[in-house]
Design a protein around this ligand. Structure first.
Ligand code: PEP
Length: 252
């Protein structure tokens, strides 16, 4: 059984005070949450510690937006998996397109981060997706397939199943343009097929596949009710407690 996951990615937004206020709003409204959904907030590093303490009394999970693959060392400005573990972080976003685009994250570093997060038992959310140009050239599937093959290099099936996949077409991130539910579902089902080829059919059925790209309260239900989509990675709309809850409650 695949449990739906609704994950908020706050990106570089919210100072500590704003983060506490947003999470307090979510906690207050959490009695109304759809019970069958796992809810996660991926907050800036600076807010992780304060938010961990707040979330202890709730069912909302805590995630980071990135990490280094080594446990410690001479990597000025980086945050290690051990540091995240110490705070009690449960999830980490790996290979978000903004990190690939602006911070030179490569398939190779994504693969290292994926292995490291599995090693340290932090659940990775691996982001993959094509640019508009790749979609227009009709190479979106081969692009996504290659991203998966490279990200999962030397990762065994028993570990691969722990990875959450977020299909995020880059042209739909922060643009207000959402992939149609058919486009999103077609790619999610393609992603399962790649897993079937790479591993086996059982794993392809088990892997959690999220959609990300301008998800809002008004389009969540249609997207989430597709056969191969198990939840959402939500950027902009996760910055408002009311809007995020509309997404969490997509089936009400
Ligand atoms: C994201 O940051 O992963 C994302 C999908 O952003 P948005 O929902 O704002 O498009």
């Amino acid at each position: 059984m695949r449990i739906p996951l609704i994950a908020g990615n706050w990106k570089m937004n919210n100072n500590i005070h704003e983060s506490i206020s947003l999470v307090n709003n979510l906690i207050q409204l959490s009695n109304d949450f759809n019970n069958n959904v796992e809810v996660l907030v991926c907050v800036p590093f600076t807010a992780l510690y304060s938010i961990r303490k707040l979330l202890n009394s709730s069912n909302i999970k805590l995630g980071a937006q990135n990490m280094h693959y080594d446990e410690k060392g001479a990597y000025t400005g980086e945050i290690s998996p051990l540091m995240l573990k110490e705070i009690g972080v449960e999830y980490v976003i790996v290979g978000h397109s903004e990190r690939r685009q602006y911070f030179n994250e490569t398939d190779e570093s994504v693969n290292k981060k994926l292995k490291s997060s599995i090693n340290f038992a932090i659940k990775p959310i691996l982001c993959i997706g094509e640019t508009l140009e790749q979609r227009e050239r009709k190479i979106e599937k081969i692009t996504v397939e290659n991203q998966i093959i490279n990200a999962f290099k030397d990762i065994k099936a028993e570990d691969a199943v722990k990875v959450v996949i977020a299909y995020e077409p880059i042209w739909a991130i922060g643009t207000g343009k959402t992939a149609t539910s058919e486009e999103a579902n077609e790619m999610s089902s393609f992603i399962r097929n790649v897993f079937k080829e790479l591993y086996n059919e059982e794993l392809a059925k088990q892997v959690i596949v999220l959609y990300g790209g301008s998800v809002k309260g008004e389009n969540a239900s249609e997207l989430m009710n597709q056969t191969d989509i198990d939840g959402a990675l939500v950027g902009g709309a996760s910055l408002s407690a009311e809007e995020f809850i509309r997404i969490i409650n997509f089936n009400q």
